[in-house]
Design a protein around this ligand. Structure first.
Ligand SMILES: Cc1cc2nc3c(=O)[nH]c(=O)nc-3n(C[C@H](O)[C@H](O)[C@H](O)COP(=O)(O)O)c2cc1C
Length: 326
């Protein structure tokens, strides 16, 4: 149900085209609604109240318009809030295609992917004449040991180790009513909220369920004792999720950065998330907790399980658990 006052926008990442017979939106056919165009697009491109949009059509076309709005909202062609990462970034691929030297099959062939990875990592091997060699230092033990862990021990995580990992995100109150964190964030706004999903009987003193982490109180608020199924993950990440003790979800709250930074707040939020992920990786490693960052999952499904509001943007996830003893 869309409320009358909701402002509806045509997503700028969605293209449409039509001729006398066909209406194609984002590659799909919408011929049934041909009579509503181009007005429909012109009304929504800069945002329009839902009730006003319906009133923009003749009475006998309003049911059709209502039906189309519902369909296009389901497909994220029409949006009412800041867009998710897929809507934002997926269209970039189109502009990259003329520069893509690899066939599209590449990403489905393991040996071709491995070859592509090798080429990516070796792209700077060649020494140039004007290169200045720098002294190399050994990484400390922690840095040397870091690697993405995809299979975890089923040993119960001690409450101290669990708290230690999250301690990296803690907010500290300092004199003059100021707050500090041990990592940076654009403008000191810290607009990323962390949610924890803890599996049953695997973290000492913490029951299974979904929690919100409060950096101000360094505490967990139980939101729901739900079970989040492995199907929120894509096939190649399901085993990682099945063996982890807990997951950390990074959720951007634009209300706490866009008023200052506008659209760039979104970009900074992604940078903030990367910084937090690296910090947590190293914090966990100190307690023999391994981790794996998961770049993509079915965020629509996850958002439903988490009961996130439409303005909360899911940005990423980490899976954690003790290293398996070798
Ligand atoms: C943004 C990002 C997304 C990633 N997504 C996944 C993922 O979905 N599944 C996975 O197994 N590893 C994922 N990784 C881990 C990388 O595959 C891994 O860091 C890379 O292969 C280098 O290996 P290492 O971390 O063991 O050194 C991701 C890492 C990053 C930084």
């Amino acid at each position: 149900m869309v409320e009358a006052g909701t402002i509806i926008f045509w997503s700028y990442s969605v293209q449409w085209k039509y001729d006398k017979k066909n209406l194609i939106i984002s590659g799909l056919n919408y011929d049934l609604y041909l009579s509503l165009f181009p007005g429909f697009y012109i009304y929504t491109v800069d945002g329009i109240r839902y009730d006003q949009l319906l009133r923009s059509f003749e009475e006998d076309e309003r049911d059709l318009a209502e039906e189309l709005i519902k369909k296009l909202m389901e497909k994220n062609v029409l949006v009412t809030n800041v867009m998710g990462i897929h809507e934002l970034f997926d269209p970039q691929q189109k502009y990259f295609m003329p520069h893509n030297n690899y066939d599209e099959e590449m990403m489905f062939d393991a040996s071709k992917v491995e070859d592509f990875k090798r080429q990516a990592q070796q792209r700077n091997d060649k020494r140039e004449e004007n290169e200045i060699a720098l002294p190399a230092y050994d990484w400390d033990a922690e840095k040397s040991r870091r690697e993405s862990i995809r299979s975890f021990s089923n040993n119960c995580i001690s409450s101290k180790d669990f708290a230690y990992v999250l301690n990296g995100l803690r907010q500290k109150k300092i004199p003059d009513n100021k707050r500090r964190y041990c990592y940076p964030s654009a403008g000191g706004l810290y607009p990323i909220d962390c949610y924890l999903y803890v599996k049953e009987n695997i973290v000492e003193g913490i029951g299974g369920g979904l929690y919100f982490y409060s950096p101000a109180n360094h505490s967990l608020r139980l939101l729901d004792k739900i079970l989040i199924p492995k199907t929120i993950h894509y096939l190649n990440n399901r085993e990682i999720y099945s063996s982890s003790a807990f997951s950390i979800y990074f959720v951007y709250n634009p209300c706490f950065s866009m008023p200052k930074y506008g659209g760039m707040g979104y970009y900074y939020a992604i940078l903030d998330t990367g910084i937090m992920m690296q910090l947590l990786t190293m914090q966990a490693l100190e307690r023999n907790i391994g981790s794996c960052i998961i770049g993509d999952l079915n965020s629509k499904k996850l958002k439903e399980y988490m009961k996130l509001a439409s303005g909360q943007i899911y940005l990423g996830c980490m899976e954690m658990g003790y290293y398996e003893s070798k």
